[in-house]
Write a protein that binds this ligand. Structure first.
Ligand code: PLP
Length: 444
């Protein structure tokens, strides 16, 4: 480590006495940021500063929650104005109506939304809705997809030794945590992703007992893995044929691929869709959305969805303002973050091809719009979870990401997540990042 991290080191020592692993979510701690994390103090645009005064270009952007970057003037203005009028009322709100109207106007196939706080809550609600509507119990998820930390979906989400995965026709279901009762995932089926035959087989065998198929549109908790052309449409078609609800989890892709999310990108008409992360522009705002005949299932007395903090007032002002900023001038904001994501990806791959470092595994960067992630692999492309488990060297990514942060480029230390662009990234930020990639690869 070449940066001065003295104050972060002191804070870490204090933190381990009062916070588990020194943080509030394990992935922010030494597991991904060895030997201890930089404690961040401030952010502006695409830059963040830690407590020792080190400056970084931020490509992690709080796990993609910040399409406008840090402390965007419009967000600061609206939140300062509104916080002076009260933080939260837990009553009906005008901004709730306005934000919902805006979302319904932007999202294809959505008549109504219901606001929640986090992606996990939204996913949990969506599954309950699917069971309530269909009267069926089972849920089918895909290997390597993550839908938050709700017990029922906490199966086969992490990378594993390929020898533990079982036959692709019958993947072994691997619980992601201790403390789950066998009953909590008894009704969770697991299928390999990006394989039309596999989902066809699974639905033929179990469709009569499956309430919904849930999928991330782009696999984004295993780097960035795009769906094969036509794959998602085929999954939707098979769901319809088997009377199974098609549930698209857009917690990550929502407001990162564009205003209409993956639904618009891939021309999908999901029965249920969930959003989180970018929706709140840094505030905890999530949403469950869909057509009327689906959304009416959470009317009072049917499927339960409550929450003291649902539709958080300040978060909704931030959400509405972020959407207005991003769609201004014919969606210039969304176009910009996509262009930056594509430019960084192309240029990182060019540097990787000419790198002089000693490693045999080449760095490969895959992207979807604003999202991109480097992996170290001998493959030309990663198309599914099993490729990732077998052919990606996560140790090399760990080393690479630490070398990048040492040069003031903050890319995520989490080996399976991804990095993102925001409207505040400049051409100079990209140039500095690309130069750092070259240095890091040479040093490896
Ligand atoms: C696809 C997906 N769904 C749901 C979640 C859970 O969201 P949250 O962390 O807001 O609970 C995540 C979080 O990474 C996610 O990637």
């Amino acid at each position: 480590m070449t940066l001065n991290m003295e104050r972060s080191g002191e804070l870490y020592k204090r933190a381990t006495k009062v916070l588990v692993e020194g943080v509030s979510s394990g992935s922010r701690g030494p597991m991904n940021y060895h030997p201890y994390p930089a404690y961040m103090r401030e952010g502006k645009g695409a830059r963040i500063w830690d407590v020792d005064g080190n400056e970084y270009i931020d490509w992690q952007l709080s796990f993609g929650c910040l399409p406008l970057g840090h402390a965007h003037p419009s967000i600061v203005d609206v939140v300062q104005r509104e916080v002076a009028r009260g933080t939260h009322f837990a009553t009906a709100l005008e901004v709730e109506v306005e934000t919902a109207e805006l979302l319904v106007s932007l999202l294809p196939n959505v008549d109504k939304v219901r606001f929640a706080n986090t992606g996990t809550e939204a996913c949990m609600t969506a599954v309950r809705m699917a069971r309530g509507i269909t009267g069926k119990r089972k849920v089918l998820k895909f290997e390597g997809h993550y839908h938050g930390w709700y017990d029922g979906l906490l199966v086969s989400s992490n990378p594993q030794f390929v020898s533990t995965l079982g036959h692709p026709n019958d993947p072994i279901r691997i619980p992601d945590s201790s403390g789950l009762t066998p009953g909590s995932w008894e009704d969770t089926l697991v299928c390999v992703w990006n394989d039309e035959d596999a989902i066809e087989r699974a639905l033929s065998a179990h469709g009569h007992e499956i309430a919904c198929v849930v999928t991330e549109p782009v696999m984004s908790n295993m780097g960035v893995i795009n769906p094969k052309p036509g794959y998602l449409k085929r999954v939707q078609e098979l769901c319809r044929a088997h009377n199974v609800l098609f549930y698209l989890d857009e917690t990550v892709t929502g407001f990162r691929l564009g205003a209409g999310g993956a639904m618009a990108e891939y021309d999908l008409q999901p029965d249920i869709v969930t959003f989180g992360k970018a929706l709140g522009q840094g505030f905890p705002v999530a949403a469950i959305a869909g057509p009327d005949h689906i959304m009416e299932s959470i009317e009072h007395g049917k499927v339960l969805h409550f929450g003291s903090h649902n539709a958080p007032r300040l978060g909704l002002y931030a959400c509405k303002t972020m959407l207005e900023e991003m769609i201004r001038d014919d969606h210039a904001g969304f176009k910009k973050i996509r262009q930056i994501g594509e430019d960084v990806t192309r240029r990182m791959n060019e540097v990787a091809r000419s790198a002089k470092g000693a490693n045999t595994a080449r760095m490969l960067v895959q992207n979807a719009g604003s999202m991109f992630h480097p992996v170290f692999t001998e493959l030309e492309e990663i198309t599914n979870y099993r490729d990732f488990c077998q052919h990606v060297d996560i140790g090399l990514y760990r080393k690479f990401s630490a070398l990048m942060r040492d040069q003031g480029i903050f890319i995520t230390g989490n080996t399976v997540l991804h990095n993102l662009s925001c409207v505040a990234h400049t051409p100079e930020d990209i140039d500095a990042t690309i130069a750092a990639v070259g240095n890091a690869l040479d040093d490896m």
